[in-house]
Design a protein around this ligand. Sequence first.
Ligand code: FEO
Length: 403
Amino acid sequence: MYNVRNVTEDLYWVGANDHRLALFENAYPIPRGVSYNSYLLLDEKTALFDTVDWSACRQLLENMEHVLAGRPLDYLIINHLEPDHAGSIEEILLRWPKVVVISNEKAFMLMRQFGFHVDDHEIIQVAEGDTFSFGKHTVTFVFAPMVHWPEVMVTFDITNGVLFSADAFGTFGALDGKLFADEVNFDRDWLDDARRYLTNIVGKYGPHIQLLLKKAGAILDQIKYICPLHGPVWRKDLKYFIQKYDTWSRYEPEEKGVLVAYASMYGNTESVAQALAARLCDKGMTNVAIYDVSSTDVSQLISESFKYSHMVLASVTYNLGMYPSMHNFLMHMKALNVQNRTVAVIENGSWAVKSGDLMQKFLSEEMKNMNVLNERVSIASSLGSDKETELATLANAILTSMQ
Ligand code: FEO
């Protein structure tokens, strides 16, 4: 059964929702599912903007057949070649052999690498700034390399202000009937997944997102709709989400607050983390979020590290090193370019206390612009009342650094 929604009068969302996939890219948990967005324009010519994951191809085909209602598919525009969007290209080419594929040189190279027989069909290779008309609608192509792959481009419909933004402005989460961001409580229900999506998938490429935002900024007043490849379409309050992307891609914190991430084997390191959190809250800083790095998916920790201005990393010493899940969190932060944060360190160890120095060294030498506070709470096995002064001093140091 078809399942389509109008974006504008002649543009249709013909994508699909996926609640069966557990791990996006086989890496990131998506308990709320994900949508693969594909858009079909009915102009004098018909044009499909990107396809969907192979697992959702059947839904895409039913949607297209319904909207086309017997018309041929004239053009297929490919903005991004990652298989969650490109997985159905070959099926589209088989069903509509006369379709003309529009994309760029790098994308065509990737299509050949993935084994899509695109050279059996007519193709149009576009360059940055080229325009193309489907009749009433004229689009222009804007390259957005590394947002998220090198071939990525976005397509802007000059006629009605629709921006097909590829992965940019996407989020995890299935649409489940809704289409527009103003049909959901985005701030309450979607923002965390939007941040988790962006920071984990494209977090490393902040400067590239900034370049795209600069290009978009030049035509901001002309953009009326943002149609990403995942998650809701934006037609109201576009600046709200653009601002979020700007903050995240500049590695600036979204909120003044403290992420407390602890690695604890028997609860003693957790006790210190909880005690510090209580003292912070007692002194008025209640925007504190605590996570156990062993039981929290690292994608969530990454998202929170982009959100808060401050971090407390508390780790037990393990085999004279950092606890593995804390080390893993630090490695992910480094890989995703997390920077410009103030960090406090808490360490524990029973027969040797090493984790504090190791975390401090990693933060200072392996990461960029991390301000590690000199104050530290160091415990041997368990938190005793003799540590009250150290705890208070660390809480005060964190609060002072926030001023
Ligand atoms: Fe949603 Fe980079 O693909």
